[in-house]
Design a protein around this ligand. Sequence first.
Ligand SMILES: Cc1cc2nc3c(=O)[nH]c(=O)nc-3n(C[C@H](O)[C@H](O)[C@H](O)COP(=O)(O)OP(=O)(O)OC[C@H]3O[C@@H](n4cnc5c(N)ncnc54)[C@H](O)[C@@H]3O)c2cc1C
Length: 511
Amino acid sequence: MSHFDIIIIGTGAGGGTLAYKLAPTGKKILLLERGDYIPRERDNWSTQAVFLDAKYKAKETWLDKNDKAFHPGIHYCVGGNTKVYGAALLRMRERDFQEVRHHGGISPAWPISYQDLEPFYTEAEKLYHVHGERGIDPTEPPASEPYAYGPLPHEPRIQELYEDMRSLGLRPFPLPIGARIGNGKPGAAPAILDRFDGFPDPSEAKADSHVIAVKPALQYPNVTLLTGSYVERLNTNAAGNAVTEVVVTKDGETTTYRSDIVVVACGAINSAALLLRSANGRHSNGLANGSDMVGRNYMAHNNSALLAISRKPNPTLFGKTIGLNDFYYGSDDFEFPLGHIQMLGKSDQLMYKEDAPGFAPGLALDYVARHSLDFWLTSEDLPDPNNRVMPGNNGQLKLHYTENNLEGHRRLQKKLRWILENAGCETHLLPNNLYLGKKIPVAGTAHQCGTVRFGNDPKTSALDSFCRAHEVQNLYVVDGSFFPSSSAVNPGLTIIAQALRVGEHLKTEVP
Ligand SMILES: Cc1cc2nc3c(=O)[nH]c(=O)nc-3n(C[C@H](O)[C@H](O)[C@H](O)COP(=O)(O)OP(=O)(O)OC[C@H]3O[C@@H](n4cnc5c(N)ncnc54)[C@H](O)[C@@H]3O)c2cc1C
């Protein structure tokens, strides 16, 4: 049985980044990843392969709360979901760390403050090549340094929209994006970003955790990665206070590994599932689950994609350069938070082949595609203990989720429509059927978080503020699981920053 200093299970935003941080320590590190490398191939940028054939998505189905099977939007590969993410890397707002009153209830406080995470946000932004500009987003939290990389330029149609928004008195800002471009070296060809959000990037310009973190970590001889290695369960010692064995299936064979420290970083849904199926005599309710919080409080945001169909063509290649937070905390007519708006990557006609005819009758799909402006709206969903990950029958996972706190999200959708109709776009927009909108359903697990929440009280949380299990001294969970609330910005940068914080803690505090 092989013995390691640290085993990290999962190579996404949390696990990959932690491996990067710990690699220089010389500790013997094993990275276990159930998926494989996504090949760099033409299909990476094919809408047919990526969106319609779901070539890179996990091949499993889960059950919803009514036991209806669905195909989750989740990716098992080196780099995890960051391989296909949009790399919009925003800090949570300072107030998101505190208790916030919403229309639908209370968003609870975190056990750490924004200031605790601030140095690691800065480190994360540098590591993931985040391009942005401070001082424009009105809700931006204080930062100790400017962005190391300036904002990505808007393409002309997006610049026009940006100006239209400003003419309405709004304060759009350059969306912070993690991309390895523009190194300015003599002789370097310019990088043109195009397919990005939702697609793997064979050019490796997108700053995902495979390219940014796992690859450099593997340069160290003390770091080993095993792909195709599914962690079945974790076993503990007789006292139940330490993980002693990591049981892995690879190519149909079971192998057991030992390690001083075990880090679960499987993503919020799969980390909870792993702990739950690791129940034993000492942990009858699931590993580290004396609080009964493991698997509960699943959140994934109230997200919508909205397309506005303009008279003006939108020949943009990379549209993901505007963010808007004017309604983050509320609006003149609503005292509760609404949320965040950002551009999506430019859509094409294949992406809405199924939805468009109903929404935009009479419009040819290629017209819709050539004229659409693409938006992504995110509002906070609230932790509800009944929204939970449960082991279903025959090993099939069950995701019991009921939407909540929807009023702010509805109002955010209305605000965007109002903006588009009033911000100088009115002559550009078609008079009817302007919008093709879609609230993301339960299968949209992209922003999953909250299932193994951290906190100071072992009765109401499973992890301490450094993501160590209250009940199991050598067990950490370092991915989106730890969030006690979801805020209304994309989760990636916060997962990465906390992974760097936990890594620093393990380097300096744990022998
Ligand atoms: C299409 C899309 C677009 C997105 N866009 C953005 C964006 O613009 N900005 C942003 O901040 N976020 C975005 N996200 C979300 C972001 O990708 C996730 O928040 C982030 O990747 C989560 O990190 P994680 O470490 O929690 O899990 P993941 O990145 O999902 O990593 C978990 C890893 O664990 C592995 N694993 C799971 N179970 C096991 C097991 N039992 N044994 C071994 N390995 C296992 C998985 O294969 C995976 O590699 C997007 C997500 C998607 C899907």
